[in-house]
Design a protein around this ligand. Structure first.
Ligand code: 5AD
Ligand code: SF4
Length: 476
């Protein structure tokens, strides 16, 4: 039953580097934009802001970079291989650029921020480099390039949240959408480059978040995912809009306000931080049926010594206590996580503690990584990257295998039951099947029938499962 092919699949791996296009072309555009995104969900949400800004400049999207007037690549720096992937892609775009010297090639996002002007020196075919807080400057930067210059803006901001820019939905299914509720990160985990590439944490005003969620609901969307590097520290200090609304809002309160838009609108969120997730958030999830029972709670390691070196600011016992609270307050809640194998000085005992933590929590899903040293981070400056590659790899495989057992066990609990799911569309593997997710974020595949449309909630009887998917049929 164990399918080794699935071991390495990240949930959104299939979206990496995919061309992002509008469902309906505007029709009156004069220039074609090709945009692709790498990395986290936040980057995908940012690409929708970028597209919104560029559509206002007379661009329309294309799924074929060979016919584009401008190519933008929204990049990720989280691990070295993410950066390598982008460089490989840039050399492919370079072939096109040599053929068509008027083509504009732009680099957006975390790599742009990390490498700054070095990018223009290293990658001669890149014309424009734009950091995550500078997308409003794109029209001006593009005209600079059209005047024959290279252009760069990598200024980070303490305020920018793009609150007033309505994202255009790219590659949308018209059913599920992301809403970015905050930007940046103040946590300074020692392995992580994000605080350097995305800057200081800031929360977007709740009025524009609610307006965006309401607008999606009005357009027929059935699920929103609230995004932030650390949603539990969402904090709106009050002010703006009307006097009555000008009170402070924390994450639990924001979650409740979004949930109240409609019981038919599902609400998800990511990412939670073990040090910040409160019982108030857990009680809010328990209170509303439409807030999904699925918490992404990255543990990183099960060893307190490692957690300290990682500057995660919690202990193994603290994390277990948070898991106990989730199990107590929201029975049946799915918990997923991120785990890093082979961080600096990790011993075999530390690694065993991570496996023991996995046994304790029995995660529904885990994103697992081998430690990759990132220049400029606290770990790169202070700690030795001393675990040999083959040891990292072996520990990672042990973690993956342990996770696969857990995922399978969790999914197996659904077999023989009827569960409610939101139909998202045709299954990737077959047009004869639909797919959708349950409250816990498990993927369900079942034979399509004429009466059922994407966007509907349906009851599916689960017949069997693999370690990644539930398979069933429509219940009568
Ligand atoms: N090496 C490996 N994994 C990392 N992550 C962040 N930085 C690194 C790194 N330098 C992982 C963490 C984080 C997830 C988004 O990526 O697990 O939670
Ligand atoms: Fe990186 Fe830690 Fe912030 Fe997550 S919480 S983005 S791992 S610094």
């Amino acid at each position: 039953m164990i399918d080794l092919q699935l071991l390495d699949k990240k949930h959104d791996e299939s979206r990496q580097g995919e061309a992002l296009v509008l469902d309906a072309p505007t029709g009156n555009a004069s220039r074609k934009l090709y945009i692709e995104s790498y990395g986290c969900q936040m980057n995908f949400a940012d690409s929708e802001i970028v597209a919104s800004i560029l559509l206002d400049q007379g661009f329309e999207t294309t799924g074929d970079y060979k016919e584009a007037d401008a190519i933008f690549i929204n990049t990720c720096s989280i691990r070295e291989n993410a950066e390598q992937r982008v460089r490989n892609r840039l050399s492919q775009f370079g072939v096109e650029k040599r053929r068509n010297p008027k083509l504009i090639v732009g680099v957006l996002g975390c790599m742009a921020e990390r490498l700054k002007s070095k990018f223009l020196e290293e990658e001669k075919l890149v014309d424009v480099v734009v950091g995550p807080d500078a997308y409003r400057d794109l029209p001006q930067l593009i005209s600079q390039v059209e005047d024959g210059q290279k252009a760069i803006n990598v200024l980070l901001s303490r305020e920018e949240t793009y609150a007033d820019i309505a994202p255009v939905r790219l590659n949308g299914n018209g059913i599920t959408a992301f809403i970015s509720i905050m930007r940046g990160c103040d946590n300074m985990c020692s392995f992580c480059v994000v605080p350097f590439t995305r800057g200081r944490e800031r929360s977007r005003d709740p009025f524009s978040i609610l307006a965006e969620a309401q607008d999606l609901h009005d357009k027929g969307y059935k699920e929103v995912t609230l995004l932030g590097q650390n949603v539990d520290s969402y904090k709106w200090k009050g002010g703006d809009e009307s006097e009555t609304a000008a009170v402070a809002v924390n994450f639990a309160q924001l979650l409740e306000k979004v949930a109240l838009i409609s019981p038919e609108l599902r609400v998800r969120f990511s990412t939670s931080h073990p040090k910040d997730i409160t019982d108030e958030v857990l009680y809010t999830i328990a209170k509303y049926d439409n807030i999904c029972n699925n918490i992404h709670l990255p543990v990183q390691s099960g060893s307190t010594r490692m957690l300290e070196l990682m500057n995660r600011t919690y202990t193994k016992e603290w994390y277990m206590n948070r898991v106990d609270a989730i199990r107590r307050i929201i029975p049946g809640c799915a918990i997923s996580t991120d785990i890093i194998a082979g961080f600096c000085t990790e011993t075999e005992e530390d690694h065993q503690e991570t496996l023991a933590m996995m046994d304790y929590v029995d995660y529904d899903f885990a994103f697992t990584f081998s430690y990759s040293e990132r220049p400029g981070t606290l770990a790169a400056r202070k700690l030795p990257d001393d675990i040999p590659e083959e040891v990292k790899k072996r520990r990672l495989t042990e973690i993956l295998l342990r996770q696969q057992e857990s995922s399978y066990k969790r999914l197996q609990e659904n077999v023989g039951k009827t569960i409610r799911i939101l139909v998202e569309g045709k299954s990737k593997k077959s047009d004869a099947d639909y797919c959708g997710r349950n409250d816990q974020n498990a993927m369900i595949v079942f034979p399509a029938t004429a009466e059922i449309q994407p966007g509907q909630y349906v009851n599916v009887y689960i017949e069997r499962c693999t370690s990644a998917t539930l398979l069933g049929k429509i219940a009568d």
